[in-house]
Ligand binder design. Sequence first.
Ligand code: F6P
Length: 342
Amino acid sequence: MRRIGILTGGGDCPGLNAVIRGVVQKCSMHEIEVFGFKKGWMGALTGEGETLSYEEVEDIHTLGGTILGSSRTNIMKVENGPEKVKETMKRLDLEGIVAVGGDDTLGVANKLQKMGMNMIGVPKTIDNDLSSTDYTFGFDTASNIVAEAIDRLHTTAKSHSRCIVVEVMGRHTGWIAINAGMASGAHEILIPEFPKTIDEVVGVIEDRRRRGKDYSIVCVAEGFELEGMDINSMEKDAFGNKRLEKKEIGHTLAKLIEEKTGMETRAVVLGHLQRGGSPSAFDRVLGTKMGVKAAELVVENRYGNMVALQGTNIVPVDLEKAVTVQKKVDEEFYRFASYFFR
Ligand code: F6P
């Protein structure tokens, strides 16, 4: 009987369980057993996990998080990491691994593929910053959570004539900020791709005041940098990513806005709320389709690919290409959004 492994790595994200269910169901139709590794690449090092039956996973697609657990283990930083994964695969009789993750997890999968291990990637991140795919699952749910939060912040900001700065996730790119900010009518959206000075931000708030609007909502991505901010010395995770929540861009901005405008200002950091809970219908469907497609690639022995959404189709793309380029918010999206920065 053929056997494969599956793991979920990096930050968890709504829709992961739908992928697991999709892979297990499609593989079971071809008599391929699926072994679920615990805690991402950590499980592939130790072999911790269990074989998954469809009965066990049939209703998990509605659940947030991942039934397999996750970690930010970087195989490449573990002594003999790749060799250990190879040994685990041999011991468990696995012909390949379906790795579900963002740029870090898939970057490792790509390196292992180049070392001769069979890998298939499934792109996951609420940040939506993986290239080759139009959307990553988790992004829609996170956008909905943020949009709802900003809708609520509008009413309290208006009642108190305050400025509220909402800090959202997005360490390299501003997809959540621009998408949810546009959906909920934020008056200013600040993202890493399009830098602005504090005076430009203050200008928008003061212009609103002149028009009789004495409250403002500023939506900022955690990766946005104000000129002169030194973040190079910040604490980093195993993949070298800066711990951006420690930068506190939301609080920094709120303080500066209050100082410069005299307007009472508060900061709200949405943090991990954005990743928690049940996936939206869109993410359940996207996760399911990607899981099924990943299993189809296993059936056809087409390792070395990542599944991707292009238009309305789920297609295989070269894993190497998919992990080397980051998908940034495009100029047109930002321009359209900016017509409402007022
Ligand atoms: O990778 C997704 C993400 O949610 C980023 O937006 C955020 O910066 C990071 O994970 C937070 O990581 P952690 O869960 O390790 O605090």
